[in-house]
Design a protein around this ligand. Structure first.
Ligand code: IMP
Length: 177
């Protein structure tokens, strides 16, 4: 049991299970992207550890770059606006592979997907370490999923609670109490 600020968490997916699954996904990518020179796009901050571990096992020629989604309240309208920052190379005709930490409602991923699509890549694939199917309200195409989890809050291995917990090597789930 660990405490992060006001919440308690217990270990949920041990480090070894994560690393084994990451390796399996990398091996699939190596098969699926032979001769395609994929361009990986890691979504910050949450995917930084996952993207790094995954990338270590990629053996086909490839590139990686990192993007960040800024969310802000637009005072002109009531909606929450999103902005994808960090695209500083051409995605046109590239085989783009988006690396996400977790897909919850699917809103963030849909926004990233649409923004990438507007750059006319040859293909777009999505890898997410975690997916909460019960929470997903926007249908998003997930090509590689590490683990499907229930609709509970998790931290660790890059994921945070109020900025803390990203350094935990395993994934922890909020306790019921
Ligand atoms: P979505 O747009 O609702 O799919 O939310 C995706 C983003 O919300 C992720 O990239 C995370 O930053 C954050 N998120 C969603 N669920 C969790 C969780 O259980 N723990 C930590 N962050 C989460």
């Amino acid at each position: 049991m660990i405490q992060i600020e006001d919440l308690k968490f217990e270990e949920f997916i041990p480090e070894n299970n994560i690393l084994n699954r990451v390796k399996e996904i990398s091996e699939k990518i190596n098969t699926d992207f032979t001769n395609k020179k994929p361009l990986f796009l890691g979504i910050l901050n949450g995917s930084f550890l996952f993207a790094a571990d995954l990338f270590k096992h990629i053996s086909v020629p490839c590139e990686i770059s990192f993007l960040k989604v800024n969310s802000y309240i637009n005072t002109e309208s009531t909606g929450k606006m999103k902005e994808l920052i960090g695209i500083n190379q051409s995605l046109t005709d590239r085989h783009v592979v988006i690396i996400e930490d977790i897909v919850d409602t699917g809103r963030t991923l849909q926004y990233i997907f649409d923004t990438v699509k507007a750059e006319n890549p040859a293909s777009i694939s999505v890898i997410t370490l975690l997916h909460k199917p019960e929470a997903t309200i926007i249908p998003v195409k997930l090509d590689y999923v590490g683990f499907e989890i229930k609709n509970e809050f998790v931290v660790g291995y890059g994921l945070d609670y109020n900025g803390y917990g990203r350094n935990l090597p395993a994934i922890y789930i909020k306790t019921k109490d």
